[in-house]
Structures are given as C-alpha cells and as structure tokens.
Design a protein around this ligand. Sequence first.
Ligand code: G3H
Ligand code: 13P
Ligand code: ZN
Length: 316
Amino acid sequence: MIVTTQELFKLAYGHFAVGAYNINNMEQTLGLFQGCVSSQAPFIIQISKGARDYAKVKLLEALIRGAEELYPDAIFAVHLDHGDEAACYDCIDSGFYSSVMIDASGEPFDGNVATTRRIVERAHAKGISVEAELGMLGGVEEHIKVDEKNAMLTDPDEAAEFVRRTGCDSLAVAIGTSHGAYKFKGTQSLHFERLAQIQQRLPGFPLVMHGSSSVPIEEVQRINAAGVKLDPSARGVNEDEFAKAVPLGVVKVNIDTDGRLVWTRVHREFFRDQPEKFDFRDPGKIFIAEYAKFIAHKNEKLGSAGQLAAVRAAVS
Ligand code: G3H
Ligand code: 13P
Ligand code: ZN
C-alpha cells in the first residue's frame, strides 16, 4: 500500500526512523519488498534522477506497482531523491509520487529558499510533500579543521528561517555524513550536538539524514578479496548511532551505497568462484536474498522493524 510520506513521518517521529532505499532495477525492488515485509517495516522507495534515466520512469513505476501486488502487506511511500526543479515538476505532475526532494543546497541561501518555495507551492497544490536540503553534505575528513567542519554543518538558526520561509515539510541536514563509499577515515561520530540544536529550533519537525551508509569493513574486505580496489580505510556511519538520532528528530535515513556494496560483493564472489557460469539469474537470485537480509538488518537498526502493524492500524 502506498501511503504519504508525511503519514509515515507523523508515526515515526521520536519513535523510529524510516529507511529510505534507492531502487534502480528489478532485483533491488524484489529484495527491498522482501526485506521490509520479513522485518515488518514501513519504508520509503527513493528514485534518483540517475535511476529515472537508467531504468526509465515508466519501468520503475511498473516495477513498484507490480511489487505492491506481489507484497500486499508492504506499506511504503514513493519519493524523488535529489531532484532538480524539472524532475520535481515532472514527479508532482505524474501523480505517482508521495513526496519529492528539491536539492538546491548548492545555491546560496536566498536562492535555495526561492527555488524550494516554488516547488513547495506546486507540490502542496497536489497534496505532495517536499523535502529540502540545507548545509553541505561534505563528509568530515580528519584533516579538516574544526572551524571548517562546523561551517559545513547545517546552521540551526538558518534551518529555522529556511523552514519558515519555504514551508517545506522535511529538511535534510548536514550533521557530518556524506554520500558514497568514502565518508570518513577512522572512527567518527555524527554531530549530535548540532542535531540537538536544530531540533530545538524546529521542535517536532521531520529531519532527514542523507549519506547514511555504514560501508561495513567486512563488506569492503570481501569485495577487495574478489578483485575490487576500494580504499580499505573507508568508513561510513556507525549504524548504532541511528538510535541516538531518532529522539533528536530524524525520521528518514537514506541508504544507497551499502546496497551497491552488497551487489558488488555477491556478483564479484559468484563469478570469481564459478568462472564457468554466465547466467545472470544465478547471482541475481543470491543478490535478491542477500539484499532482503541487508534491508531487514538496516530496519532493525533504524527501529522501523516490527512497526508495520501499528502503521497499518493508523493509516487504514
Ligand atoms: O544520493 C544519491 C543516491 O545515492 C543516488 O545515487 O544519483 O547515482 O542514483 P545516483
Ligand atoms: P549513501 O551514499 O551513504 O548510501 O547515501 C544515500 C543517499 O543519501 C541517497 O539520497
Ligand atoms: Zn542523498
């Protein structure tokens, strides 16, 4: 069942975070639905601009509709990830999306406000909610000085002004995460003090964490043992920190890279160990099962596992 993103946020706020997982193909879609149903978790399917180009919008939507029929217990929202203005309008007009993200975080503050406000007006007219972004998801490398690190994080006063002026429904905040496999070197924590200050200025307002893959060391080691050359010192977000972010207002946690690592590990190991094989369905089946396991595990860490019955009762 497709629900609105705001409904999920209302139920989640302060209790758990909803996993927002990107899809690009059939195997990911099947694994995602299986993993969320087995762990009894509501979820958000995210479609990036890159995914819309790669798999074609019509096919992705048909995949989601098909999976919805195959897994009638699943409860989820459909979200545009990192949209520009054109992609947002396209999704708003399509009627298929629960929410869109306008990523104008590269613009100066006033430009970000103006762009986001335009999207909000058009989205709200159709009952669609809008996620916006403020701050730089630059990652926090050890060599960056403390002052520079803090300048990259979302400013709490600006966040409050931004939400007031744009009317956006949720805000992606920079609290030390970044996209991709190379986030940190060594062990580093999220900036909970900054998150708490943002929550103080925006009580009850849904906050979003992008760049939340954990880049598990065991996964990197297995992938490298199968011929890849990932930097073995790369680290992501400690999954045990999700639980600390939830009481501070985080309701949506974006995870993509870790799923790509599962894909790479499964396929690299499969063809390394069975070089005579060439039917892509053989590793494909393993990937779907491994991806489902991976999703169920993330949902446990996010606290969304086991929430499906309560969500169903609230939305039906
Ligand atoms: O934050 C971006 C997501 O990981 C999507 O990545 O633009 O390569 O599809 P993509
Ligand atoms: P990761 O690269 O950490 O998986 O982040 C994904 C993301 O933020 C998608 O919007
Ligand atoms: Zn992102």
